[in-house]
Design a protein around this ligand. Structure first.
Ligand code: FAD
Ligand code: NAD
Length: 444
């Protein structure tokens, strides 16, 4: 049995897999995974979430076109929707494993931990390698409160056999907002309990406050400035309480208060790898404090958003370092990010907040586009698109969108910013008409 490899990758999620495939042609590679092959995104993250969201998008469109040519609405059948999702997710681990093995990558199912600076133990067997890449991701944060054992997480939500009648989410970030929107559209009574007064702190306030109204119109009940200190189980359900008099009884409570790095099981102190509460500390080459060991993806303590394409980019970057095809410090491309709610909020590049804080450097063009042909055609009730330009060069440097079309609009803006496309070049480009792309020149 082979126990020495050029590179051992710990974690079989999007980051670890991208690293393994990038190295496999030139190196002997072992990937260790202790749970579902494929990791968070395809098993219990992006992909299953967005499959459930497919039904939400269609219901939203039906709702918008009521009395504009459509009458009557479909309803979500939760168990059928879950079956649709499961048909996809249940194939992920096996397909992932088969794919790795067909590419000549060795795999092992088990929890990896270091025994010294160059030895990893998995299933009681020691493995050595010239390099290690840690890609162990994150897991949901569970608060230390009375009754914390009653808390579920996004993992359970995305696999619910039956949709509970009354649901509470603690937190108002990506996960709470996206899952609350799915649950309320599917017919549940939904509460979002947020310790401060702000949802989705990284997105423009002008858009997040509109999203609160939109979700309230769908029936979501927000409890701002509210901290849950205890959960009590009775015949009526789960009652959330706090010293200020909160008494909310629901059937299921989901913790959506952020995620913490999966580092506890790795015995990193034995390998001389330093960490913080935010994950593995790395330099600008993604090398940890042990030069044999790199870290990528969600487990890394870096300010970039924790997203699947970011994990993949970091993986390919580290593979380049190990294959010595690239020796420069990591330079991230633009990272668009989207909240898949009703509607979506998406942004890329310089943020609205940065532009507002630096008015001499940036010009902001915020447009309510609700009555533009593209948005009126689908009866969008409120659409906002903001573009940000650098004053000195007049170049587009950032964009944010609040509309059901946001994910694709921001993809266009990502390309326009990257290519430094000017207004004249856009006017000279012919796009399909009428389509969101044929409007692009009006955002300049
Ligand atoms: C509900 C939800 C929705 C999301 N939606 C989106 C989205 O729409 N778009 C987007 O870009 N991102 C989304 N994300 C984030 C995305 O899933 C992550 O950024 C991505 O999965 C990170 O990849 P990774 O490889 O770093 O970690 P992971 O995918 O978490 O993979 C890490 C793997 O390591 C394994 N592991 C951990 N410890 C060990 C050990 N000691 N030994 C062996 N194996 C170990 C784990 O079991 C896991 O399989 C979402 C996340 C969640 C939770
Ligand atoms: N569409 C996407 O790309 C997508 C979707 C889901 C998740 N994700 C990824 O997963 C990560 C985790 O998502 P998340 O929603 O758990 O985290 P988050 O960081 O987006 O939101 C956490 C929420 O919990 C609140 N909170 C923090 N501490 C709290 C406390 N002590 N008590 C009560 N509330 C508290 C925060 O104010 C915030 O509202 C995201 O940051 C993102 O990287 C991405």
């Amino acid at each position: 049995m082979q126990t020495h490899f050029d590179t051992i990758v710990i974690g079989g999620g999007p980051g670890g897999l991208a690293a393994a495939y990038s190295l496999a042609e030139q190196q002997s590679v072992l990937v260790a995974e202790n749970d579902l092959w494929g990791g968070t995104c395809p098993n219990r993250g992006c992909d299953p979430k967005k499959m459930l969201y497919s039904a939400v998008e269609i219901l939203d469109q039906q709702q918008a076109l009521q009395a504009h040519g459509l009458r009557g609405k479909s309803t979500i059948n939760w168990s059928e929707l879950m079956a649709f999702k499961r048909h996809y997710t249940q194939q992920v681990p096996e397909n992932t494993l088969n794919g790795l093995q067909s590419a000549g990558i060795q795999t092992i199912t088990g929890t990896a931990h270091f025994v010294d600076s160059q030895t990893l133990q998995i299933n009681k067997i020691n493995y050595t390698a010239a390099h290690f890449i840690i890609a162990t991701g994150q897991t949901p944060t569970i608060p230390t409160i009375d009754g914390q054992e009653f808390l579920q997480t996004s993992n359970q939500f995305l696999d619910l056999k039956h949709l509970p009648d009354k649901i509470a989410f603690i937190g108002a970030g990506y996960i709470a907002i996206e899952l609350a929107n799915i649950a309320v559209t599917a017919g549940a009574e939904v509460h979002i309990i947020q310790h401060n007064n702000r949802i989705l702190r990284d997105f423009p306030v002008a858009m997040t406050s509109e999203l609160v109204t939109s979700l309230q119109n769908k029936g979501v009940q927000f409890h701002f400035g509210t901290t849950v200190t205890g959960i009590h189980k009775s015949a009526k359900g789960l009652t959330l309480n706090n010293p200020d008099g909160l008494m909310l009884t629901v059937n299921a409570v989901f913790a959506a208060m952020g995620r913490k790095p999966n580092i506890a099981q790795l015995a990193l102190e034995k390998a001389g790898v330093t960490t913080s509460n935010h994950g593995i500390q790395v330099d600008d080459h993604l090398m940890s404090s042990n030069p044999r060991i790199y870290a990528i993806g969600d487990v890394v303590d870096r300010p970039q958003p924790k997203l699947t394409p970011v994990a993949g980019f970091e993986a390919r970057y580290v593979a380049g370092q190990l294959l010595q095809t690239n020796t420069t410090a990591i330079a991230y491309p633009l990272i668009p990010h989207t909240v898949y709610a009703s509607p979506q909020i998406s942004q890329v590049g310089i943020t609205v907040k940065t532009a507002q804080d630096n008015p001499r450097q940036y010009r902001i063009k915020q447009q309510t586009t609700t009555n533009w042909y593209t948005f009126n055609r689908i009866k969008e009730s409120n659409a906002i698109v903001t573009t940000i330009f650098e004053r000195q060069t007049n170049q587009l440097v950032g964009a944010a969108a609040y509309t059901t079309l946001a994910e694709e609009l921001i993809n266009y803006f990502t390309t326009l910013i990257k290519n430094q496309t000017t207004a004249t070049e856009l006017t000279d480009t012919i796009y399909n008409y009428p389509s969101p792309a044929s409007d692009l020149k009006y955002y300049y």
